[in-house]
Design a protein around this ligand. Structure first.
Ligand code: PEP
Ligand code: MN
Length: 338
């Protein structure tokens, strides 16, 4: 259930409604927007008599949430979620944010050189996998914690934030000081134990769409994190598996406006995994920004063809520079900055 408070509602009135909801046996999640406070009640709400809440002082309206996801739905935060990072970078605001870096952290020179180029081109996040979910157990599995430490150093030297994939619960604690944004990969989108645990941390999470997941399943997965009280969740469209073989995945651009309509969570486009081909990354990155994405994540490597993973879809730094220039034009065309 959603209880929307009046703009003029006092803290005492809000507290009284929260108490009444708790008394009715529902869990309460509160969001305080610029103009209005919304209280979402989750749990056994079917038996709750909503009219009882309508008459409480300060209440504007009460309604049941018809979607299966309760906290990820637009109704919880009609104005949209803006995830703010420690250096002031915001995902979900007016500015389109760019995250870039290699698929995998490989060595010091690689990650430092990439960080310098990403920063110089106007990126905000350095990406790089240290724990890699590879289709083959014989493929490079990532550098692990030493790789994350190198990435942290490189990012700090250039004033960038870091985003990296967490694959299991046991990695969360060691990763906490090393990443600014936890990435949950497509293969783990429905690792519900991992999602629940990330609901307990107070650091943003980027949840990638599973390669065979519907948008509703993506939103339900985000609900696992949100229901733990971690409201800083960012979604990512990275392509889904279809019958098409010309691309690695089929980049579902329409997922961006669909998510914008259904949810308040910011959404990122990943045209690298979405296409699998270097020459298709820029056009699809432009398409994601045109479609309303809040951020773009791309793979960039100083020696792209020699990358230890995902070489075919990785941009050379010069290509990334040109992409950034064109993204600025597209962002301006849709009323945003980059
Ligand atoms: C990655 O970002 O390198 C990655 C493995 O992504 P995905 O989970 O979308 O395949
Ligand atoms: Mn990759």
């Amino acid at each position: 259930m959603i209880v929307a408070m009046q703009e003029v509602a006092t803290e005492e009135q809000i507290d009284a409604v929260i108490d009444a909801m708790v008394e009715a046996g529902v869990g309460v999640h509160r969001t305080t927007g610029a103009s209005q406070t919304i209280l979402a009640g989750v749990g056994p709400t079917a038996a709750v008599d909503l009219s009882k809440f309508e008459n409480l002082p300060g209440v504007l309206h009460v309604h049941r949430i018809s979607s299966p996801y309760k906290l990820a739905g637009r109704g919880f935060r009609p104005e949209g979620t803006v995830v703010e990072f420690r250096n002031g970078v915001k995902v979900g605001g007016q500015q389109v944010v760019v995250m870039a870096g290699p698929c995998s952290v490989e060595n010091k020179a690689q990650i430092f050189e990439t960080a310098a180029r990403v920063k110089a081109a106007g990126g905000s996040f350095l990406r790089g996998g240290a724990f890699k979910p590879r289709s083959s157990p014989y493929a490079f599995q990532g550098m692990g914690i030493p790789g994350l430490e190198l990435m942290r150093e490189a990012a700090d030297e250039h004033g960038l934030l870091t985003v990296s994939e967490v694959m299991e619960i046991a990695q969360i604690e060691t990763m906490l000081p090393l990443v600014d944004l936890f990435q949950v990969g497509a293969r783990n989108m429905q690792n519900f134990n991992l999602l629940r645990e990330l609901g307990q941390v107070r650091k943003p999470v980027m949840l990638k769409r599973g390669m065979a997941a519907t948008i509703e399943e993506l939103l339900l997965s985000s609900e696992y994190v949100l229901s733990g009280g971690n409201y800083d969740v960012i979604l990512c469209e990275r392509g889904i598996r279809t019958y098409e073989t010309a691309t690695r995945n089929t980049m579902d651009i329409s997922a961006i406006p669909v998510v914008k309509k259904l949810s308040h969570l910011p959404i990122v486009g990943d045209p690298s995994h979405g296409t699998g081909h270097r020459d298709m990354v820029a056009p699809m990155a432009r398409a994601t920004v045109a479609a309303g994405a809040d951020a773009v994540i791309v793979e960039v490597h100083p020696n792209a063809d020699k990358a230890a993973s995902d070489a075919a879809q990785t941009l050379y730094p010069d290509q990334f520079d040109r992409l950034m220039e064109s993204l600025r034009v597209i962002a301006a065309a849709v009323g945003r900055t980059l």
